[in-house]
Design a protein around this ligand. Sequence first.
Ligand code: AMP
Ligand code: ZN
Length: 110
Amino acid sequence: MDCLFCKIFQGQIPSKKAYEDENVFAFHDIAPMAKTHILFIHKKHTANVNGLSTIHVGQVYAAIKNFTAGTELEKEGFRVVTNTGAHAGQTVFHAHFHVLGGEKLKGFGA
Ligand code: AMP
Ligand code: ZN
């Protein structure tokens, strides 16, 4: 499987790991868009979020909940973003969930 994020969670490409459990892997984004910017992925390869079952999505959100529990992210807040397809600007086609925080984030819209 020639997939950047599969290679990252399998350890074939280095990353700064933030979290791992049986199903989910998380690592720091190489080009952070906030003070804290971590990518959560399910270990099942699928191009975008619509390929994940509701159980898989639940496992990713449970991982995010576990990771943020008791941290500044939980206390002060964070944002989860999933880009899907061209209009959203998705660039890596292994479904991923951006977790952004660590500072006051800019709002959506103009
Ligand atoms: P998206 O644009 O939603 O597909 O997000 C892809 C994200 O992957 C971007 O925020 C990139 O900065 C990030 N990214 C690309 N390559 C790497 C890498 N080798 N390690 C960590 N993050 C990466
Ligand atoms: Zn993959």
